[in-house]
Design a protein around this ligand. Structure first.
Ligand code: AMP
Length: 590
């Protein structure tokens, strides 16, 4: 069925759009402004004018905190036309957070259609570059996440969930996947993963592409497969689904493909899994696979070595750059190396503007310069920018929080490398934990250990993805009050600290913990003097001793070695962080 846009016409549309990037952007801006001119939000700035000049001079560049009151009013039952003319059908829950709570964006039916159209364009691009991809099925591990109702009754969910449960997915995409739609829509993530894996194994000869949205999910899936391959083989051998699968949608849809014993297939998979090494296992399990379709740019780049190991030389393709704010960019050279991946922002999806960012001495410079917001066609090669969008979903000159770097052009449209999330500090899955959130958790934990006459000398953090699921590590140097000696520690006290920190982390972190895509937080207690050694190391690398500040997140291998070589105790969170704060908190905290 898909692509509903053929390879040729998809590429032609993208060519036209990128040749006419300037004109397309002007057109998009006028369309958004004329549609929404009379909303409460825009009318206060534009006073009936919808020309670019007015827009640029009168409408302020904002971030989430500025629009939060408007979103809150929509969530609390006021008509959505306070910020956009179209009817809001849902609120999109972003993985970005504001004061620990997810950011919410309006969603409309036409936005969902726009995204579906974007996905069709993306498909036409990948089909153009990877031969034969339209000749088979995709093992694409996709999951819905639970939805919450806002006081207005509007469902609040992730954008992917909104798409997967929509008619658009069923009509345009679902038949291309090995996963029956019921297994994707199953709300129990373990049953969903098991049945999606089983479906893909049963259709192994048809699979041309393996993936998930982000690389982290694919790595988790491999870990899941390690634990379940024997059981999966036994199901295939007997032609019977495990009794613990209780979801009727999964049972019914699997019964169509798991309908007779298949000992040959079970033997073959067992042989592959019994091999000494699992290097290249994806290629062995699904021999027709032509590429791995999962985003491995940004924070996902940490999974590249693992995926390369399991994928046996298959290209790792990051097809697009997207967010709750909109489907933003397409990778027009999908077979380029992950480190060279760049995205062309699609000029018809939103009106794009850019705030220049100076990677060095950002604070210093921003004091001196009046920062000018530039248009898509005016960005400079090599320069980093923070992305600002004006969208069809009621975001006007809204800072997305992503830093992008201009690396080239496709026709007249600039291409961007994703550099980093502005405030993300630690990230394993889709969660983004900011430095101040961690600091808040540390404050609570410090107060707690204080009761036991323990003092925190210094701390830093890191992520450990060597085990799946990955987890956060905090390195702590402790001492007894009034003594420089390393204290005797009671494990239960430090384990409680792990839990205290986790509880104060954001919604998305805690939801990922509940869903087991992040493992229990660990505190590694280090020897007396460790943070002095860390400082000596930084100074030896050129930092100024007088200006030295302990980095609160460590990524550098050598620095991690210094910390790890001085660990005297390791403690893990023993409880899942509370679910109570995952409930609807809009009234109080937004
Ligand atoms: P969400 O709003 O929860 O969908 O998260 C969107 C964010 O995920 C973006 O703003 C980026 O920070 C990140 N993201 C999405 N796509 C990519 C990509 N292709 N490469 C790197 N980061 C990405």
């Amino acid at each position: 069925m898909e692509p509903t846009i053929s390879i040729e016409s998809g590429w032609k549309i993208l060519e036209d759009m990128t040749i006419n990037a300037y004109q397309t952007q002007q057109h998009v801006l006028v369309e958004i402004l004329t549609q929404n001119l009379h909303t409460e939000y825009l009318s206060q700035f534009l006073n009936g004018h919808f020309d670019k000049e007015h827009f640029k001079t009168k409408v302020p560049v904002v971030d989430y905190e500025d629009i939060k009151p408007y979103i809150q009013r929509i969530a609390n039952e006021e008509p959505s036309n306070i910020i956009l003319a179209e009817t809001v059908t849902a609120l999109t829950r972003s993985s970005g957070t504001s004061a620990g709570q997810p950011k919410l964006m309006p969603l409309t039916d036409s936005e969902l259609d726009r995204r579906t159209y974007g996905r069709c364009l993306i498909s036409s691009v990948i089909n153009k570059f990877v031969d034969g991809l339209d000749q088979g099925k995709r093992m694409q591990l996709l999951f819905v996440r639970p939805e919450i109702k806002a006081p207005s009754g509007l469902p609040t969910r992730s954008i992917l969930t909104s798409y997967l449960i929509s008619k658009n997915f069923e009509k345009h995409e679902s038949s291309l996947h090995t996963s029956p739609i019921a297994t994707i829509l199953c709300s129990d993530s373990k049953q969903s993963m098991y049945c999606q894996m089983l479906s893909a194994l049963l259709q192994r000869n048809e699979v041309v592409c393996v993936g998930s949205v982000f690389g982290s999910t694919l790595v988790q899936a491999i870990r899941f497969f390690e634990d379940h391959w024997k059981e999966l083989c036994s199901n295939i051998r007997r032609g019977q689904l495990s009794a613990w699968i209780s979801d009727t949608g999964c049972i019914n849809s699997l019964s169509m493909i798991l309908n007779k014993p298949n000992p040959e297939l079970a033997d073959l998979i067992e042989d592959i899994c019994n091999a000494k090494s699992w290097e290249g296992i994806i290629k062995k399990l699904w021999p027709g696979t032509k590429c791995i379709d999962a985003i491995v740019t940004g924070s996902m780049a940490q999974y590249i070595p693992m995926l390369e190991f399991y994928c046996g030389g298959l290209p790792l393709v990051s097809k697009y750059y997207s967010s709750s704010e909109g489907l933003l960019g397409i990778n027009l050279k999908p077979l380029s190396k992950p480190c060279d991946t760049c995205y062309t922002l699609v000029p018809s999806m939103a009106y794009f503007e850019f705030l220049p960012v100076h990677e060095t001495n950002e604070e210093e410079r921003s004091k001196k310069e009046v920062i000018e917001v530039v248009d898509l066609v005016n960005v400079k090669l090599g320069q980093c920018y923070e992305l600002v969008v004006t969208t069809f979903i009621g975001l006007y000159r809204y800072k997305v929080g992503d830093i992008l770097k201009v690396t080239g052009y496709h026709n007249n449209a600039p291409q961007f490398q994703f550099v980093r999330r502005k405030d993300a500090f630690l990230s394993i899955d889709s969660e983004k934990t900011a430095e101040d959130e961690l600091a808040e958790g540390m404050l609570q934990a410090k107060l707690f250990v204080g009761q036991f006459q323990l003092q925190l000398v210094d701390y830093t953090s890191a992520v450990d993805i060597s085990l799946i699921p990955g987890h956060y590590i905090l390195f702590w140097e402790l001492k007894m009050e009034g003594s420089s000696k390393s204290p005797e520690l009671s494990p239960s006290i430090i384990e409680e600290c792990c839990y205290i920190v986790e509880q104060s982390l954001n919604f998305v972190y805690r939801a990922s913990r509940m869903g087991n895509s992040i493992g229990p937080l660990e505190i590694r207690v280090v020897k007396h003097g460790t943070f002095d050694a860390l400082m000596d190391f930084s100074v030896s690398k050129g930092s100024s001793g007088s200006q030295y500040k302990t980095p609160r997140c460590i990524k550098l291998e050598e620095a991690l070695k210094i910390l790890n070589s001085r660990v005297v105790g390791r403690y893990f969170s023993q409880q899942l962080p509370g679910y109570k704060t995952l409930k609807w908190k809009l009234n109080k905290s937004m």
